[in-house]
Design a protein around this ligand. Structure first.
Ligand SMILES: N[C@@H](CCC(=O)N[C@@H](CS)C(=O)NCC(=O)O)C(=O)O
Length: 231
């Protein structure tokens, strides 16, 4: 009998989305345990005592796997199905590099640009966010739909949040970062990604996400202040 797989997640998270897409691409049946992040459960605190964040993957009675991109790699290696990471070692290294760039630099600049009051500082972060998006966009292979080529791969999954949540954040914040005129290839990629059948199952209804995320606006502003101070 196959071992059960549980994903501890929450609603409207780019990180949880990554884990969910990886599991669905591999065709792994799993139970999504929805966490209330304002009142973290013993299940979450026991299995991710260091970061106390979602997603967390529980595979049978093995130790938990934490951190979204590490979960994607684990799912790729632990289960049969289409390869998520590139098969060539150099391509794998590049995909990991750009995924890290996305989390360390791209999301940081986007986040601070979104949630900082208008002014020179905000404009500088927005410029940096757009420059980073240009660098990311340059990684899309010529004539291919996805970062992974003809099929969704590791970097597509990593970048997925830009496709399905950035627009919601932009609407709540009243700030435009990703626009067709500046980043046509990234916008085209986002449309392709969101029209994929597997991805569609991992993208919640936009209106519900909008309501849930709008309620967290103050939290986002305070996270952005901390992030900006870390520069
Ligand atoms: N680097 C982590 C980030 C995970 C993360 O920040 N998750 C958020 C939800 S999107 C969370 O659990 N926040 C709760 C908290 O920070 O207390 C990953 O990629 O898994």
């Amino acid at each position: 009998m196959s071992e059960t797989v549980k994903l501890i997640g929450c609603f409207g998270s780019t990180a949880v989305h990554r884990a969910e897409v990886a599991l669905r691409l591999k065709g792994v049946p799993f139970e999504l345990v929805v966490e209330d992040l304002t009142n973290k459960s013993d299940l979450l605190l026991t299995h991710n005592p260091i970061y106390k964040t979602v997603p967390v993957l529980l595979h049978g009675d093995r130790p938990a796997v934490c951190e979204s991109l590490i979960i994607v790699e684990y799912v790729d290696e632990a289960f049969d199905g289409p390869l998520i990471l590139p098969s060539d070692p150099l391509d794998r290294a590049a995909a990991r590099f750009w995924a890290r760039f996305l989390d360390d630099k791209c999301w940081k600049a986007m986040w601070v640009a979104l949630w900082t009051a208008p002014g020179e500082t905000q404009a500088a972060w927005a410029r940096e966010a757009k420059e980073n998006m240009t660098l990311l966009e340059s990684q899309l292979p010529e004539g291919k739909k996805f970062f992974g080529g003809d099929a969704i791969g590791f970097l597509d999954i990593a970048v997925g949040g830009i496709a399905h949540l950035l627009g919601v954040f932009e609407e709540i914040a009243g700030v435009r970062l990703l626009a067709e005129e500046d980043h046509p290839a990234l916008c085209r990629w986002a449309r392709e990604y969101l029209s994929d059948e597997t991805v569609r199952q991992c993208v919640p209804d936009r209106d519900s996400v909008m309501v849930a995320l709008a309620a967290r606006k103050e939290l986002y502003v305070s996270i952005a202040k901390t992030m900006a101070a870390q520069k």
